[in-house]
Design a protein around this ligand. Structure first.
Ligand code: ATP
Ligand code: MG
Ligand code: FE
Length: 350
């Protein structure tokens, strides 16, 4: 089975071709970074227009790279939500048009399920597993029991962790997108222990997260330092923030591991996914935790952590294997939780 995947839910336009033998035949991503940088963040209207302008060309490129034609494709999968709705509509309409013209099955993939199942494209990861989903819009701990079967153990009560990276990077004057730039700055730190930051939620029961206090603490240090920050100040603060986030994650994951083991005494892996999973300090911290707990740890290659269409094609394959497809009147969804039964965390829905 060969599937064309399309991703347009945020500021990456992406197309990929993946087989059910876990081969990525093509994987092209066009970042709209330059379009949004002047505004310091993603502008939905600009994103939607850029997807419209570039998607057809990217699909053509993916086909060329794979050496395949549309006639070789067995199904089309596109992100059906959640995300910026203008962009999602562009991807879904394009996928439906190809499916209709070619008489192919269409799958509307939950973008978060794309992130959640990526580890099964790159590694042998059986269900169930414990998933730490850390991205620009989400920060959740989930038990993945199967395709479409998620049990949420915890979520953020304020900012998503990627959002916290982005806002903190902005505070430090590092620019946009913040995550990778903050990681780079942290690597230059000469005194990573210089700033003491609070560790929100650490030691508290449950598996929820909170990041707004951490961001505020960084702001206070920036104000106290006064004037323009030196390269060293920036690097030390970035390292303090990154290490604190990793510690918070490890604390929350340790609790989730206990709940996971109660639910599934036969065990399973700890998997990390989403854009923030590209952070090497976080990966290293989680690896240490998993080693200590005797759980396998799986983190997808960096390129497959941030948004891409290979993960969408793969989630499509996982659903097609179960005989699941979507009708051509599928309506794009701005919101689409993985565990619809989970209650909103205090102070925030989703
Ligand atoms: P969602 O998946 O929740 O809908 P999204 O698709 O916008 O949101 P992703 O593309 O999965 O999010 O991840 C983007 C986020 O990951 C951004 O906030 C970015 O700053 C962060 N990020 C990317 N690389 C790194 C890194 N090396 N360290 C920390 N954060 C990173
Ligand atoms: Mg993005
Ligand atoms: Fe994403």
């Amino acid at each position: 089975m060969i599937v064309l995947g399309i991703e347009t839910s945020c500021d990456e336009t992406a197309a990929a071709i993946v087989t059910d033998a876990r081969e990525i035949r093509a994987d092209v991503v066009l970042s709209q970074l330059d379009d949004h940088t002047p505004y310091g963040g993603v502008v939905p209207e600009i994103a939607a227009r850029a997807h419209l302008e570039h998607l057809d060309g990217l699909i053509r490129r993916a086909l060329e790279e794979s050496g395949l034609g549309l006639g070789d494709i067995d199904a089309v999968a596109a992100t059906g939500g959640p995300g910026l709705i203008g962009g999602v509509i562009v991807g879904v309409m394009t996928a439906k048009a190809i499916a209709a013209a070619r008489g192919l099955p269409f799958v509307a993939v939950n973008h978060l399920e794309g992130h959640a199942l990526t580890a099964r494209l790159t590694d042998d990861v059986p269900f169930p597993y414990l998933l730490l989903l850390v991205s620009g819009g989400h920060c959740q701990l989930l038990v993945v029991e199967g395709v479409g079967r998620y049990r949420r153990l915890g979520t953020t009560i304020d900012d998503a962790v990627g959002e916290a990276f982005d806002k903190t990077a902005k505070l430090l004057g590092l620019g946009y997108p913040g995550g990778p730039l903050l990681e780079k700055a942290a690597a230059q730190a000469t005194n990573p222990g210089r700033f003491d930051l609070p560790r929100p939620m650490v030691g508290r029961p449950g598996c929820d997260f909170s990041f707004s206090g951490l961001k505020t603490a960084v702001r206070r240090h920036v104000e106290e330092l006064g004037g323009p920050l030196s390269v060293e100040d920036r690097a030390d603060l970035a390292a303090a923030f990154q290490n604190t986030v990793a510690e918070v994650m490890a604390d929350r994951c340790a609790r989730a591991m206990r709940q996971f083991k109660d639910l599934h005494p036969q065990g399973g892996a700890l998997v990390v996914a989403g854009g923030v999973a590209a952070n090497k300090a976080l990966r290293a911290r989680l690896q240490r935790l998993a080693d200590r707990e005797g759980m396998p740890f799986v983190a997808p290659p960096l390129r497959l952590c941030t948004d891409n269409a290979a993960m969408i094609a793969w989630a499509g394959i996982e659903r097609l294997r179960l005989g699941q497809t979507d009708p051509l009147d599928f309506a794009p969804r701005p919101r689409w939780p993985l565990d619809p039964t989970a209650k909103p965390a205090i102070g925030k829905a989703g």
